[in-house]
Design a protein around this ligand. Structure first.
Ligand SMILES: [Zn+2]
Length: 173
């Protein structure tokens, strides 16, 4: 979610984030061709940051349209219960919501990408933490080494993502 808007972070190109996604998958023993275990990854946040944890909260605890967020100071990922349940059932959008927050968590809490106030300057896409989280989440769920040459419906089926996400990722290969 967009909690970090007036702030930007270190530039990271798609290719750098792709390489980072490959490293994270290999660290977690997830093959390029494997379905990304979005829900299970929440159980191993401590592999990356000691004291990190996730919380599932009732819909009424979050502002409208907030599905999840990452609390950098508490080192936690907070997820709305219906989103968590949807992800457990394999809903592509809910799975992506969780991996998006994992991407924020990883870059901000583990990697410590520096946050800089922008004082009203416009933020270049690649310096925007939202762009970075979207990019890293897409690369984590749909490994570039595996999806090249696939069609969108195969990617949706095999990797548990929405059609929009599959089309977007395929356009970047
Ligand atoms: Zn976000």
């Amino acid at each position: 979610m967009e909690f970090y808007q007036p702030i930007h972070v270190e530039p990271k190109s798609r290719l750098e984030l792709r390489a980072l996604a490959h490293s994270i998958r290999s660290f977690l023993n997830i093959e390029p061709d494997d379905y990304f275990p979005a829900v299970e990854v929440l159980e191993v946040l401590q592999f990356f940051v000691p004291d990190a944890y996730f919380e599932i909260v009732p819909v009424s605890d979050l502002p409208p349209n907030t599905h999840a967020y990452t609390n950098i100071s508490k080192k936690s990922i907070v997820i709305r219960e219906d989103v968590y349940d949807g992800a457990c059932k394999g809903n592509g959008r809910d799975r992506m919501t969780i991996v998006h927050e994992f991407a924020h968590f990883f870059m901000l809490c583990f990697f410590g990408f520096k946050l800089t106030r922008s004082f009203g300057q416009s933020i270049k896409a690649y310096c925007d933490p939202e762009w970075q989280a979207k990019c890293l989440a897409g690369e984590l769920m749909m490994d570039s080494r595996a999806i090249a040459g696939m069609d969108a419906s195969t990617v949706v089926e095999k990797y548990g993502v929405s059609e929009d996400a599959a089309i977007m990722q395929l356009s970047k290969i």
